[in-house]
Ligand binder design. Structure first.
Ligand SMILES: [Zn+2]
Length: 233
């Protein structure tokens, strides 16, 4: 038996064509339906990961506590173990914290993770007596956070059905990254007295060109169609 619409050969017992989903109907075959050859779709079972997460949290907590105890025993105060604890906490926030939630919204988790990384930088800066947090780490981290968060929010809430909008957003993000390189070189110059060699102009030029290309592709439907055909994008 063959599908009346697309002509694909049908197995006995199927109720719909597997290719075009046209219902299969034949006046002579009404009564002799066999069981469907395909298994029925059932919702996948949801497994609770809580126990694993508790274990994972414990695996982070244990070395932190051990280091703290050893450090206190040896030096009588928190010296190197502070770095270990803050480092482990930051990794935990980046990797494990989102796993506790079934709906992981990067709009929420990305700023939290970046804040944790900045706190780690602040701690190291204070402990080592460096004065690079406010003049370097904070503006660099803040600029990256704003740029990436803006892209995440725009990609998540404005693209929808109009997929070519993501090209404008990505293009804007790439150009923003070029500007970020310029800012990075300037801040390195200000904070660490590195000479301004204007190396950042090279990535800036490349990234601006790349970003413009993405925006132009987004603006031109024929170009998008031909790229879609060539690269299956
Ligand atoms: Zn069909």
């Amino acid at each position: 038996m063959y599908c009346a619409r697309c002509g694909v050969e049908l197995q006995k017992g199927v109720k719909r064509c597997p290719l075009c989903s046209l219902p299969v109907w034949h006046p002579d075959l009404q009564e002799e339906r066999e069981p469907s050859p395909y298994p029925r779709y059932t919702e996948p079972e949801t497994v609770s990961h809580r126990a694993v997460l508790f274990l994972l949290s414990f695996l982070f907590l244990l070395p932190a506590l051990l280091c703290l105890l050893v450090d206190l025993k040896l030096d009588g105060s928190v010296t190197w173990s502070g770095y270990v604890c803050f480092g482990l906490l930051t990794v935990y926030i980046w990797v494990c914290l989102p796993l506790w939630f079934s709906r992981r919204n990067p709009v929420v988790f990305f700023p939290i993770s970046m804040a944790a990384a900045l706190l780690l930088a602040l701690y190291i800066s204070l402990k080592t007596g460096g004065h690079w947090f406010l003049s370097f780490a904070f503006p660099v981290g803040g600029a990256l956070l704003l740029l990436a968060e803006a892209m995440i929010v725009l990609l998540r809430y404005t693209v929808g059905e109009k997929r070519h909008r993501s090209l404008y957003i990505l293009g804007g993000g790439v150009i923003g990254l070029g500007g970020f390189c310029l800012l990075l070189e300037f801040l390195l110059h200000v904070s660490f007295a590195l000479p301004m060699l204007w190396w950042s102009l090279y990535p800036l030029t490349v990234l601006v060109m790349l970003g413009m290309m993405l925006v132009i592709i987004g603006l031109s439907p024929p170009l998008r169609r031909s790229l879609h055909k060539k690269f299956f994008l």
